[in-house]
Design a protein around this ligand. Structure first.
Ligand code: WTA
Length: 653
């Protein structure tokens, strides 16, 4: 037993350690465990009650129409997401409350109240109208973590123009593919962004992307880093010039509950990213309910979700859920170790953060950097911690609980996906007895199960496939322009009523869920979903490469590290220089997040007789394990060659 296992064992044997404290329970919004039974007995009534907390222009008729695998929620209801996030709070007298405390990486700061945010959103919405944006038009957003990012999303929501936010770390090519799939009419970007003291050249990337984007009519650019940029006459406009003279009022478009709010692209098991489609009424109900209940949101909370808005966590738990709940949030632009490794803790202290929501990868970095960094700051304002994005190992959980939460803050390990829209498996901090490493139980109204291959529930202790057995309001409605892929990917294995999450899981004797990672060819690198196929196609796109197979190896820091097995064309030699070139090539095609950690050059790849690459064996090699069944292998000698090669050989930044 390692030291940390012993610590956890000791902590667990005390039992009460991870029970909600009496003090926490007393003030918690949800502290009565009967909520689970009440919601289970009539989930539609449960969600309808929650939807009633939002402001609707017109009431809905039926709560749910389920025509498996298709769902609709709050049929016929009309509402506007921006109106729910902004106007109604201002109208109720809450306009002076801070919506976001924002801090730029260089140290500049800005706090925006709900009133100011509403006015800014209206100005941009009017500006976008002047560019011809109308309800239903798609708008691409490619920005760093600056206030204009939520402003742009809300302005789109106000007009009923679905947004497609593309993470600022994506390359020009990735941006181009996403713009083209969505056929976006307008792109909102910035001249640059700051990351670890360097400028991220957003506008330069955007200009490169736009050489192949016929649908784009206008580009709105926020000035963030300064400097000269080529401007295309008639197409480009500065953000400040666009919004400058616009009125600070703009009617919120009444949207149908089932109108599209946004598209967000995520990796699937092919090279082509999936455009996940979220709609209006159900999504906002799901985000706001889960945000309020799981983070136990009180009026005076200062809530910090330290994710990037370019991913779904930022959409649901920086922008839509928190604003719908009239929460004060924190947004930080840059890297957690800039200028030093205590940056997050200095921000948490400055604004008196009460809730922090981050990813296991980040927590493992904090662990590596050492507890002296959080210790330099007063973190006593914190009262609740959250984790999301990958399975959290118990050591990291306990470290977080101890060194960030001061042993007084419950840790909510929240499981969900881009597709699910909001958290589905999670503790409720005033109710649930926590177990480090387990996401515990499905949220009230959610029915989850672990199935074996045949679709039978797996008994406690055994591993299987995580499935969801009934609809929930925030679930995605389809894959943009690809409904067949929606059915095929998620609703074919166990039939049209059962959602296959793509994660392995097991349940313990208490019925708690333990997430075990992806079951498909999707890797989870530092909390980012990347498909093996995307990286493979980026590699074979390089002229030197004949063939490539990509697998993930477990990694202490980033969860999964990318290992690429590469066969070069004849006449090419694999060495450090070529490995470096290939890594940069992947960064160029997809983004730095997808750069392989290790590249292994090999004369051939292990294949079945039908020519299928046996990734399973490569995974064994990458993990340094004994090889599994090799009977179907056509070229056994190659496994001998690659076995024992270090997967870290040619890598590391
Ligand atoms: C993984 C992020 C274990 C999982 C919100 C899922 C998790 C994928 C957890 C979705 C968790 C997310 N425990 N695994 N608490 N949260 N995952 O779409 O594999 O970027 O399928 O959404 O992340 O990633 P996505």
């Amino acid at each position: 037993m390692t030291d940390s296992e012993a610590t956890i064992d000791a902590l667990l044997s005390e039992g009460r350690v991870f029970e909600p404290s009496e003090a926490f329970r007393r003030q918690a919004l949800w502290s009565d465990p009967s909520i689970y039974e009440r919601a289970a007995s009539d989930p539609e009534a449960f969600w309808a009650r929650e939807a009633g907390r939002l402001s609707w222009f017109e009431p809905w008729g039926d709560v749910l129409r389920w025509d498996p695998p298709w769902v609709k929620w709050f049929l016929g209801g009309k509402l506007n997401v921006a109106h729910n996030c902004l106007d109604r709070h201002v109208e109720a007298g809450g306009g002076d409350k801070v919506a976001f405390h924002w801090e730029g990486e260089p140290g500049d700061r800005r706090s925006l109240t709900y009133r100011e945010l509403l006015e800014e959103v209206c100005r941009l919405a009017n500006g976008m109208k002047s560019l011809g944006v109308r309800k239903g038009d798609r708008v691409a957003i490619y920005l760093g973590m600056i206030p204009e990012l939520p402003v742009a999303m809300l302005a789109c929501a106000r007009l009923g123009a679905p947004h497609s936010v593309v993470f600022g770390g994506f390359s020009a090519e990735a941006l181009r593919d996403r713009i083209n799939d969505a056929e976006a009419k307008v792109l909102i970007t910035a001249d640059g962004g700051y990351r670890r003291g360097q400028e991220v050249p957003l506008k330069r990337n955007a200009d490169e992307a736009l050489r192949g984007c016929p649908s784009i009519e206008h580009v709105v650019t926020v000035r963030r880093t300064g400097g000269d940029h080529p401007f295309v006459e008639g197409r480009d406009v500065w953000y400040a010039d666009l919004v400058g003279d616009q009125p600070a009022e703009c009617p919120a478009e009444p949207m149908d509950s089932e109108d599209m709010l946004y598209i967000l692209y995520t990796s699937g098991t092919t090279g082509k990213p999936k455009g996940i489609v979220h709609t209006t009424g159900g999504y906002l109900t799901g985000c706001s309910t889960t945000h309020r209940a799981i983070f136990d949101i009180h009026d005076d909370d200062v809530y910090w979700c330290a994710a990037d808005i370019g991913w779904v966590t930022g959409h649901s738990y920086i922008v839509y859920g928190p604003l719908a709940n009239h929460t004060t949030g924190i947004i930080y632009e840059g890297a957690p170790d800039w200028p030093d490794k205590d940056r997050l803790w200095s921000i948490a202290e400055r604004y008196g953060a009460t809730i922090l929501y981050t990813a296991p990868t980040a927590i493992r970095s904090f662990m590596r950097w050492g507890e002296e960094y959080p210790q330099k700051h007063d973190l006593s304002s914190l009262r609740l911690l959250g984790s999301v994005g990958e399975p959290i190992n118990p050591e990291a959980w306990v470290w977080y609980w101890k060194h960030i939460g001061g042993e007084r803050c419950p840790v909510v390990d929240t499981w969900w996906q881009t597709e699910t829209g909001h958290i589905l498996i999670t503790p409720l901090p005033g109710i649930t007895r926590l177990k480090p490493g387990s996401a515990t139980r499905p949220f009230p109204g959610i029915e989850a199960e672990v199935y074996d291959e045949q679709g039978r529930p797996v008994p406690p202790g055994g591993g299987g496939y995580l499935v969801l057995k009934r609809p929930w309001p925030g679930q995605f409605r389809t894959i943009y322009k690809d409904p067949e892929r929606y059915v095929e990917t998620y609703f074919s294995r166990y039939g049209k009523e059962t959602y296959l999450a793509g994660d392995g899981a097991k349940r313990d004797e208490d019925g708690y869920f333990w997430l075990l990672g992806r079951i498909d060819d999707v890797m989870n690198v530092a909390g980012h979903r990347i498909s093996t196929y995307e990286v493979e196609s980026a590699l074979v796109d390089n002229e030197r490469v004949a063939e490539a197979a990509v697998v993930a190896r477990s990694d202490e820091r980033v969860g999964q590290a990318i290992v690429a097995f590469v066969t070069l064309k004849s006449g090419q030699t694999g060495d450090r220089v070529v490995a470096g070139e290939l890594r940069e090539h992947v960064a160029k095609v997809i983004g730095k997040i997808a750069r392989p950690h290790g590249i292994i050059f090999t004369d051939d790849l292990p294949k079945t007789r039908s020519g299928k690459i046996m990734r399973r064996l490569l995974r064994d090699v990458a993990e340094g394990r004994a090889l599994g069944d090799v009977t179907t292998l056509a070229n056994e000698e190659i496994v001998e060659q690659i076995r024992g090669m270090s997967t870290e050989a040619s890598s590391q930044e």
